[in-house]
Ligand binder design. Structure first.
Ligand code: IDP
Ligand code: MG
Length: 152
């Protein structure tokens, strides 16, 4: 069953400071996903708290909020068939030391907290996160290359 999805991806402050934004965008673009939203911003405490509300009882939550609001992030929306799973595969598991080479975290992260990037984990979270970070909406376009990316 072919499901077109849009997922929320964010380069965290460590990824921005380390100069990895361009290389990270390449991974998603070259895979064949379609960029439908992109902006840089320093998240407010309120925005970060809403985004990570599901983790509010966890011991790492205060440190996580401090980290995410510490500087600019790059927020993105990517569309494609099963884009949520595809993006999570490109990103790799949470702890960079467990992540396989070839994934973003596997290539560039050595830590569970400083792990470079976020990606939505399910349809409901993607919808929530896209509404939160892109209240202005996304860009509606067709990437001509999709005729070659997908068989039908
Ligand atoms: P995910 O980003 O791979 O989906 P989650 O379990 O949803 O991972 O955790 C959200 C974020 O919280 C992680 O990306 C990481 O930045 C941070 N985090 C998760 N677990 C820990 C921890 O044990 N220590 C420090 N930070 C953590
Ligand atoms: Mg998560």
């Amino acid at each position: 069953m072919i499901t077109m999805q849009t997922t929320f991806v964010m380069v965290k402050p460590d990824g921005v400071q380390r100069g990895l934004v361009g290389k990270i965008i390449d991974r998603f673009e070259e895979k064949g996903l379609r960029l439908v939203g992109l902006k840089q911003l320093t998240p407010t405490h309120e925005l970060a708290a809403s985004h990570y509300a599901v983790h509010s009882e966890r011991p790492f939550y205060p440190g996580l909020l401090k980290f995410i609001t510490s500087g600019p992030v790059v927020a993105m929306a990517w569309s494609g068939v099963e884009a949520i799973k595809v993006a999570r595969n490109i990103i790799g598991p949470t702890n960079g030391r467990d992540a396989s080479p070839g994934t973003i975290r596997g290539d560039w992260a050595m830590d569970i907290g400083h792990n470079i990037i976020h990606g939505s984990d399910a349809e409901e979270t993607a919808e929530f996160e896209l509404g939160l970070w892109f209240p202005e909406g996304l860009v509606d376009w067709k990437r001509a290359a999709e005729d070659w990316v997908y068989e039908e």
